[in-house]
Design a binder for this molecule. Structure first.
Ligand SMILES: Cc1ncc(C[n+]2csc(CCOP(=O)(O)OP(=O)(O)O)c2C)c(N)n1
Ligand SMILES: CC(=O)[C@@H](O)[C@H](O)COP(=O)(O)O
Ligand SMILES: [Mg+2]
Length: 635
C-alpha cells in the first residue's frame, strides 16, 4: 500500500506511472470507504483522482497555486496534502471541511463553495506573480458545470486578453449536479464526441503546414483557408479565438497522457486551457450509473450502493415541488426557473409534468433573475427557485430588474437558515437582510410546510409585484396539509400564544422552538406570548403597536443574521413610531461565519436553542421589575 506512507505531495515525484496508477486505485478505495460513513461529494471526487495526482506529480504545491472551482472536488487534494487521517471528521463540526480551507493547509490557496470563481482567482494570482517578478505556476481546475457561471466568462475574457501565463484545466464530465446544460456544454460535447476531430486535427495541421509560404493575394487566401479549416476541424477553437492555447481533449483517467499534456502546457507562453475528459463517479458503479444522485451523498452500504436514508417527514423542498405542480395545473402561466439546481430545488416532478415550463439556465443566478423579470413583464408567472446562498449572486438583478420594475416574480428561496454540512459558504442567513430593504419586495417565511403551501398560493394570486417565500433545508413538521390552499393577508402575523409581559416574535423553524420554550416556562408559571412573524416584509404594524401599547416586552428570534434581519426591522419600526418603553431583545446569527457541522450544532453554537431562549425570557422578566432603562439600583 502506497497511500499510508504518503505524507507530502513531494513523495509523488519519485513514483513511476505504474505506482501512481496503483495509488489512484488506493485513493478511490479510500474515498468509497470513508464516504460510506461520512457522506459527502463522492462522485465529483472519484472523477478527479488521476487529474489531481497528475497535478501534484507535475507541479510544486503550494508554490504553484492550485485553485479548485467550487472546491467540492478537492478531497483527493486533501488526501495528497497530508489530511488523510482526518477524513472520519469530514464535514463534521470542527472536522475536515468539505471544501478547500486555507486554515487547514498551506496547500489550500483559494477557498470557494460557490461556483465559477477559480478563473478570476487564477488571474489575480497571475497578475500578482508578474508584478512581484515571480515565476510560479497558476493552475485553475474548473468543471464543465462551473464553466457555465457568468463569472467564468468574465475571467476568460480578461485572461485571454492579457495573455498572462496560467493554466485552466477544464474537467469535463458532462455533468453539473444534474446533467449539464447550455451552448457551451453542447460545444464541449461536440468536441468530446466527434472523434474525427482528434484524427483530423493532426491531418489538418499537417496539411496546413505543407502549404508553401507564398506571397501576394494568394497568401491571404491561403491564410483564410487555414483559419477556416482550423475553425471547422480543430477542437477548442472557441478557446483559441479567446486567446488561449487549447490542449486536448485528453483522457482524464490516463495519468501518462495527462502528465505529457501538462508538460506540453508548461512550454506555452500565455494562457493554456487543457480540456480533460472524465467520468463523474469513476470507479464506483452506483456513482457512475447515477452521478446526479451520488453528487452529494449520505452514508451508504458499499456493496449494494444502498443509501442509508434518514427517516423523517418530507422535506420542505418536497412539499414545495408537489405544491408547484398543483399550482401549475391551475395556472398555465406558471414557469419555474432554476440556476442549475433542478434536483435540489425539488423541480424534477414539476419538469416531468410540464417539461416546457421548467427552465434550467445553468449556474447563472444573475441571468435567471433577469430572465424572470422579463417573463413576468410578458404576463407569465415565473418562480425563481433558488437557494438562499446562491441568490446572493443575483442581488443587483433583483434590485435593478425585478423590484425596480415591480415585476411580478415569485421567489422560492430554499435552504433558508443553516444548511449543516456545507457550512459557512452555504448558510442561508443573509437573504432577509438583503431582500427586505428593497422597495416593492414582499418576503414571507412559513412556520411549517402547511403554511408554505398557503404562501405559495398567496404568491401566485398576488399580482402587485415581487413576492418571496423562504424555507429551510430540513424535514417538515409532519403537520397535516390542508387540501385547499388559501391566501394569507399580506403583512399579517399570527398570534399563537398570548402573554402580556413577554412575547417571542419568531419566524420559520424558530416558531416551533419558541412554542417549546413557552410550554416549558408555562410549567413554571411564566406565561409567554408567541407570534408567528410569517411576513418579514411588510411587518404586522398593528400587532406590533398593540403589543407595545400593552406594555409587552419582546424577544425576536430568527435563524438569520441578527444584523439587518427581522429583529432589526422590529427595532426600526419602534424607532419610527417613537415607541421607547418596550424592551426588545434580538436573538439571531451573530457576526460570524458559521462553519460546517449539523444544523442542530450550528443553532447551539449561535445560541438559537430552547435553553437559551428560556434564559433570555427569564432575564427579561427579571429586568422588567425595574422601571424601563433604569436597571441599576442607583436612581
Ligand atoms: C453560485 C453557485 N450556484 C450553484 C452551486 C451548486 N453547485 C455546486 S457544485 C455544482 C455543479 C458543478 O459542476 P462541475 O463544475 O461540472 O463539477 P463536477 O461536480 O461535475 O465535478 C453546482 C451547480 C454553487 N456551488 N455555486
Ligand atoms: C457543492 C454545492 O454547492 C452543492 O453540491 C451543494 O452542496 C448542494 O447542497 P444541498 O445538498 O443542500 O442540495
Ligand atoms: Mg461537471
Amino acid at each position: 500500500m502506497l497511500l499510508p506512507q504518503l505524507k507530502d505531495p513531494e513523495q509523488l515525484k519519485s513514483l513511476s506511472v505504474e505506482e501512481l496508477t496503483t495509488l489512484a486505485d488506493e485513493i478511490r478505495r479510500f474515498l468509497i470507504e470513508k464516504l460510506s460513513v461520512t457522506g459527502g461529494h463522492l462522485a465529483s471526487n472519484l472523477g478527479v483522482v488521476e487529474l489531481t495526482l497528475a497535478l501534484h506529480y507535475c507541479y510544486e504545491s503550494p508554490r504553484d497555486k492550485m485553485i479548485y472551482d467550487v472546491g467540492h472536488q478537492a478531497y483527493v487534494h486533501k488526501i495528497l496534502t497530508g489530511r488523510m487521517d482526518r477524513f472520519d471528521s469530514l464535514r463534521k463540526q470542527d472536522g475536515l471541511c468539505g471544501f478547500i480551507k486555507r486554515s487547514e493547509s498551506k496547500h489550500d490557496v483559494w477557498e470557494a463553495g460557490h461556483s465559477s470563481t477559480s478563473l478570476s482567482a487564477a488571474m489575480g494570482m497571475a497578475v500578482a506573480r508578474d508584478l512581484k517578478g515571480e515565476d510560479n505556476k497558476v493552475i485553475a481546475v474548473i468543471g464543465d458545470g462551473a464553466l457555465t457561471g457568468g463569472m467564468a466568462f468574465e475571467a476568460l475574457n480578461h485572461i485571454g486578453h492579457e495573455k498572462r501565463k496560467l493554466m485552466v484545466i477544464l474537467n469535463d464530465n458532462e455533468m453539473s449536479i444534474a446533467p449539464n446544460v447550455g451552448a457551451m456544454h453542447n460545444y464541449l460535447s461536440k468536441i468530446r464526441s466527434d472523434r474525427h476531430y482528434l484524427r483530423a486535427k493532426d491531418e489538418v495541421e499537417g496539411l496546413l503546414k505543407k502549404i508553401p509560404a507564398i506571397g501576394g493575394r494568394l497568401a491571404k487566401t491561403a491564410e483564410r483557408m487555414k483559419d477556416s479549416l482550423k475553425y471547422m476541424m480543430v477542437p477548442g477553437v472557441l478557446f483559441e479565438e479567446l486567446g488561449f492555447t487549447y490542449l486536448g481533449p485528453v483522457d482524464g483517467h490516463d495519468l501518462e497522457k495527462m502528465i505529457d499534456t501538462f508538460h506540453q502546457a508548461d512550454n506555452v507562453a500565455g494562457p493554456v486551457l487543457v480540456h480533460v475528459l472524465t467520468t463523474k463517479g469513476k470507479g464506483y458503479q452506483p456513482a457512475e450509473a447515477d452521478s446526479y444522485k451520488w453528487h452529494g451523498i449520505t452514508p451508504y452500504k458499499i456493496e449494494s450502493g444502498q443509501v442509508l436514508k434518514a427517516v423523517g417527514n418530507p422535506m420542505y423542498t418536497d412539499v414545495f415541488g408537489q405544491t408547484l405542480i398543483e399550482l401549475g395545473r391551475e395556472d398555465k402561466r406558471l414557469v419555474a426557473v432554476t440556476p442549475a439546481m433542478p434536483g435540489g430545488s425539488g423541480l424534477f416532478p414539476f419538469a416531468k409534468e410540464f417539461p416546457d415550463r421548467m427552465i434550467d439556465v445553468g449556474i447563472a443566478e444573475q441571468h435567471a433573475a433577469t430572465l424572470c423579470a422579463a417573463l413576468a413583464m410578458e404576463g407569465m408567472k415565473p418562480v425563481f427557485a433558488v437557494y438562499s446562498t446562491f441568490m446572493q449572486r443575483a442581488y443587483d438583478q433583483i434590485v435593478h430588474d425585478i423590484c425596480r420594475h415591480n415585476a411580478n416574480v415569485m421567489f422560492a428561496i430554499d435552504r433558508a437558515g443553516f444548511v449543516g454540512a456545507d457550512g459557512e459558504t452555504h448558510q442561508g442567513v443573509y437573504d432577509i437582510a438583503f431582500m427586505r430593504h428593497i422597495p416593492n419586495m414582499v418576503l414571507m417565511m412559513p412556520k411549517d410546510e402547511n403554511e408554505l403551501r398557503h404562501m405559495m398560493k398567496t404568491a401566485i394570486d398576488y399580482n402587485d409585484g415581487p413576492i418571496a417565500y423562504r424555507y429551510p433545508r430540513i424535514n417538515g413538521t409532519g403537520v397535516v396539509l390542508d387540501k385547499e390552499m388559501h391566501n394569507i393577508p399580506i403583512g399579517s402575523w399570527e398570534r399563537l400564544r398570548s402573554g402580556d409581559e413577554i412575547a417571542v416574535i419568531a419566524c420559520g423553524p424558530m416558531v416551533q422552538l419558541a412554542e417549546e420554550a413557552a410550554e416549558l416556562l408555562k410549567r413554571e408559571g411564566i406565561q409567554v406570548g408567541v407570534v408567528n412573524a410569517r411576513f418579514l416584509k411588510p411587518l404586522d404594524d398593528t400587532m406590533l403597536l398593540d403589543l407595545a401599547h400593552a406594555g409587552t416586552n419582546m424577544i425576536v428570534i430568527e435563524e438569520a443574521s441578527q444584523a439587518g434581519s427581522l429583529g432589526s426591522a422590529v427595532l426600526e419600526f419602534f424607532a419610527e413610531h417613537e415607541v421607547y418603553e418596550t424592551r426588545v431583545h434580538l436573538m439571531g446569527v451573530p457576526d460570524i461565519f458559521v462553519e460546517h457541522g449539523s444544523i442542530k450544532e450550528q443553532r447551539q453554537l449561535t445560541g438559537l436553542s430552547v435553553e437559551v431562549l428560556c434564559g433570555r425570557i427569564k432575564s427579561m422578566k427579571a429586568l422588567s421589575a425595574f422601571p424601563y432603562g433604569k436597571t441599576t439600583t442607583s436612581s
